[in-house]
Ligand binder design. Structure first.
Ligand SMILES: Cc1ncc(COP(=O)(O)O)c(C=O)c1O
Length: 376
């Protein structure tokens, strides 16, 4: 059996081990410490001068995002339907109500027309949402040219879920800079990793200060432990931040590697009728976190899951796309605007191995197998 090819494994650059050892040597083993400050600065600088609160997970970062936007019990929060469950779970953490918005076919991202229809209706009915969570899906920026002015018109802030999109941009503006607040993930399968980690970012220093306060148990600045609010234990450890500092050094290389891999998939699989790729809309420059294909059931003889199993038999990991939130039993009571586009993408989509260390030989092997199974 050939060596396993994973979907998106961690890819160390070289300096991570030395930096974590430095953290050990200084005995900054406890959460927080100088590497957390350094990691936050590196990320903030990369994003063009953002304030950053590093966290122990992307989910924690996004949860803090909703909290600093003031979301609380009974509020409505709009959310991209086509996403990972963490995006929507955080709404429930706040005891708020999710309302899901379908994607459009042009981008596979939140449909601006449906968003506007939902806002218009909710304005009429006097229950506008407290926030809109817009996901930059699979590393590609959402259509902010359309979405941002709509949210501005109704006075509703955007929480940008850029968990998958560090290093991507849209019309030269980096992902994570479109929301009033944004969240990133550094879990093991992301473009860079701290093994587990995340960051909440904003232009608004006061919001980031508030996030830090909530992330450290809402502890009041007194000599004894004193609390007016419920806090969380969400800060990143100094050891993991050291890893993150090393990973930040290689971020641009990781982005170009994944972009090259995506371009090679397009070149090597472009001749298969009925196989197409997730669109990269004009103006969007994706980090190509995962390359996603779509199989037209009228033209291709295998379903995405059958193709996944055929790849698995060759020790290659691929993954079905996110199952839309409105189809999740846990969210069955939530309202959905649209829903057919996400459902159809889910039925047709497959994520291909996209790790930045994937070799040309490995990728050719994957594409040969796909050719054989779909055309043979
Ligand atoms: C779109 C999206 N949102 C949120 C998360 C949550 O991030 P984490 O796993 O770091 O908590 C992830 C990744 O897992 C994700 O892909």
């Amino acid at each position: 059996m050939q060596e396993r090819i994973y979907l998106s494994p961690p890819h160390m650059g070289g300096s991570e081990e030395g930096l974590t050892q430095e953290a050990f040597a200084s005995n900054w083993i406890a959460p927080l410490g100088p590497f957390v400050d350094r990691f936050e600065r590196a990320l903030g600088d990369f994003l063009g001068g953002k304030h950053v609160c590093a966290t122990c997970s992307g989910t924690g970062a996004l949860h803090l995002g909703l909290l600093v936007l003031g979301v609380s019990k009974g509020d409505r929060v709009y959310c991209s339907d086509f996403t990972f469950s963490a995006t929507a779970n955080i709404i429930r953490y706040c005891q708020a109500e999710p309302v899901f918005i379908d994607s459009d076919w042009a981008t596979w991202q939140m449909d601006p027309a449906l968003l506007e229809a939902a806002l218009e209706r909710d304005k009429r009915e006097n229950h506008l949402p407290k926030a809109v969570i817009v996901v930059d899906l699979y590393g590609i920026s959402a259509n902010f040219d359309a979405i941002s002015p709509i949210c501005e018109k109704y006075g509703v802030p955007i929480l940008e879920d850029s968990a998958e999109a560090l290093g991507s941009s849209y019309r030269s503006k980096k992902c994570g800079c479109f929301g009033r607040v944004a969240g990133f993930s550094f879990n093991g399968n992301k473009i860079i990793t701290t093994s587990g980690g995340g960051a909440m970012v904003s232009d608004d220093e006061a919001l980031v200060k508030r996030a830090r306060f909530l992330a450290t148990q809402a502890r009041e600045p007194r000599p004894y432990y004193h609390h007016y609010e419920i806090g969380y234990n969400y800060r990143l450890s100094n050891i993991l931040a050291a890893l993150g500092c090393g990973q930040m050094e290689v971020l641009p290389e990781r982005v170009s590697a994944r972009r090259r891999i995506c371009a090679d998939y397009r070149r090597l699989l472009g001749d298969i009728e009925g196989l197409s790729f997730m669109p990269e809309p004009e103006g969007a420059e994706s980090n190509c976190w995962l390359t996603v294909i779509q199989l037209d059931p009228g033209k291709v003889k295998l379903s995405p899951d059958e193709l996944r199993l055929r790849l698995e038999a060759e020790n290659i990991e691929s993954r079905l796309t996110w199952k839309p939130m409105h189809l999740q039993p846990v969210f069955e009571s939530a309202e959905i605007f649209g829903g057919d586009v996400c459902r159809t993408i889910f039925e047709r989509g497959l994520c291909l191995p996209s790790g930045s260390a994937l070799s040309a030989a490995q990728q050719e092997r994957i594409c040969e197998i796909i050719h054989k199974v779909l055309l043979g």
